[in-house]
Design a protein around this ligand. Structure first.
Ligand SMILES: Cc1cc2nc3c(=O)[nH]c(=O)nc-3n(C[C@H](O)[C@H](O)[C@H](O)COP(=O)(O)OP(=O)(O)OC[C@H]3O[C@@H](n4cnc5c(N)ncnc54)[C@H](O)[C@@H]3O)c2cc1C
Length: 265
């Protein structure tokens, strides 16, 4: 099922459906009233200015509103990317462990969504199935990979962006650095209680490696040897990554309808 039809109408429908007050109350929850606009913003189908103008016409919206604040993160990451260029592909400063202490290969059990930690496996499967993830799920996945499994943030960032419909080097790689603590003042850590607060039951991870205190998680992030993973057997195959448009896309009716777009025979 395509959750994000690549049309401007689909983008405008999401703008029309957005309730800024419900957003501010619930955006941290996986079933919260988030916009799902990121693929459309990344690919320029709507602009942030246009979204804000449409919302401001319906709701009182100050620059301190949570939705404006989140959009500003996107703009901020773009500015940092513009100012620092390819330097954002390297750690901006030291993190909790030396660079060489992190492994540079994605563990197979994570790539196949069978780590045995429900929140991680649910997130990987949702990423593969939809090309999208809620912000909290991205944070959990990144934090687990870097701080519990000691995988370098760059390895995780390169893997995740390849599967995202909203993949944006600024937002993605700088968010990974924010989680890793190489682009922020401290590593982002989370535990099973945090997951239970914001995610539905199948994601709950009591009894797993993340069912522990923040003090214990910080020790792991700083280099304590992590417990051996306990992967399950029922993994999923990662979807193939395309280096060219899928067959048939060029002749799709929506492509033909675009004025000025030359459609090859
Ligand atoms: C590890 C990690 C990787 C990420 N990679 C990307 C990426 O490649 N592309 C991308 O667009 N966003 C990325 N984000 C930011 C954020 O997760 C997504 O923008 C958001 O989940 C998209 O869903 P939404 O449109 O429903 O967001 P909403 O909550 O509805 O937010 C509205 C818009 O604000 C912007 N926004 C919201 N939260 C953030 C944030 N934390 N940082 C930057 N912009 C934000 C997005 O443009 C989003 O569409 C990443 C975050 C993390 C933690």
């Amino acid at each position: 099922m395509n959750h994000f039809p690549a049309t401007r109408d689909a983008a405008l429908a999401r703008v029309a459906a957005l309730d800024p007050e419900a957003y501010a109350r619930s955006r941290n929850a996986l079933d919260g009233a988030v916009s799902g606009l990121s693929p459309y913003l990344t690919h320029g189908i709507v602009s942030a200015a246009e979204v804000l103008a449409a919302l401001a016409a319906r709701h009182p919206l100050t620059h301190q509103h949570q939705f404006v604040y989140e959009l500003a993160w996107r703009a901020y990451f773009r500015h940092v990317w513009g100012a620092r260029g390819d330097a954002i592909l390297q750690s901006l400063h030291a993190g909790p462990m030396p660079e060489t202490a992190y492994q540079r290969v994605l563990p197979e059990d994570i790539g196949q969504g069978r780590s045995g930690v429900p929140v991680i496996d649910q997130a990987v499967r949702a990423l593969y199935a939809t090309g999208h993830l809620h912000n909290h799920a991205r944070m959990w996945l990144a934090s687990y990979l870097v701080h519990v499994r000691h995988v370098h943030w760059r390895t995780g960032a390169d893997w995740m962006i390849a599967h995202l419909l909203d993949g944006d080097l600024g937002s993605n790689h700088l968010s990974w650095q924010w989680v890793a603590g190489t682009g922020s003042s401290k590593p982002y850590l989370f535990n099973a209680d945090n997951v239970a607060r914001y995610a539905p039951a199948p994601w709950h991870s009591f009894g797993s490696v993340i069912d522990t205190s923040y003090v214990a998680l910080m020790r792991l992030a700083q280099g304590e040897r992590p417990p051996a993973p306990a992967p399950s057997h029922d993994g999923v195959d990662p979807p193939s990554l395309l280096s060219a448009p899928p067959a048939g896309l060029a002749t799709a009716p929506s492509a033909q309808a675009l004025p000025g777009l030359a459609v090859p025979p």
